[in-house]
Design a binder for this molecule. Sequence first.
Ligand code: DC
Length: 230
Amino acid sequence: MGLPNIVAMDGPAASGKSTVAKILADRWGYLYFDTGVMYRAITWVALERGFSVEDEANVTALAETVSIDVNSPSIDDGRDYDVLADGKDVTWEIRRPEVDQNVSVVAAYPGVRKALTTQQRRIGLRGDVIMVGRDIGTVVLPEADLKVFLVASVEERARRRYLQRLDRGEDVEYPPILQGMKKRDKIDSTRDVAPLRAAEDAVIIDSDQMTIEEVVQKIETIARKKRYHD
Ligand code: DC
């Protein structure tokens, strides 16, 4: 019995999907591709160039022209991959609070989604991939062999993000992180194009009371039980 060739892993911010996907991809020798970095990279370039993220036409033009690459890590500084925007390393820049605050607006623009979805689909169809995002199972790769939708309460997700930031040595407080997360959830799940939602054939896993390893185990069991086309 084989493994699923294409895995779609969706869910809200800090639901644990990236961590889980990374572990599984390493175990299976698959490509781990976190599509959120593409929306983040476009947001960072827009801010860097002094554009308002409200300027849909300019931001969309960026998504259509800026080249975003995700490569194996070139530096051993805790990163899982390098993110390059027009050749510049923006791996850490795209995690900054100003990107967090603005990325949902950028990700809601239909033209931005169209440009980035095309690239994501091309990468995903090569197979042996675990692709992570909000709309992978519904829009980007509806033919995925296995679709997982990870959920957790907003309080738990904010707590995880808060601890992650503390761990990185940042000076952070919990309440603004919780507020920011609620705001992003709302924009991501109510936008017109490709809103955050589980595909009808997705396996929904609530990770509130589970460790990362338990989630990984659960997905691995489901993945190995199913039969897939070659
Ligand atoms: O997963 P993340 O926090 O890095 O995602 C950043 C933003 O991009 C978030 O607002 C949701 C959006 N996003 C999306 O709309 N579709 C995806 N496939 C991935 C991310």
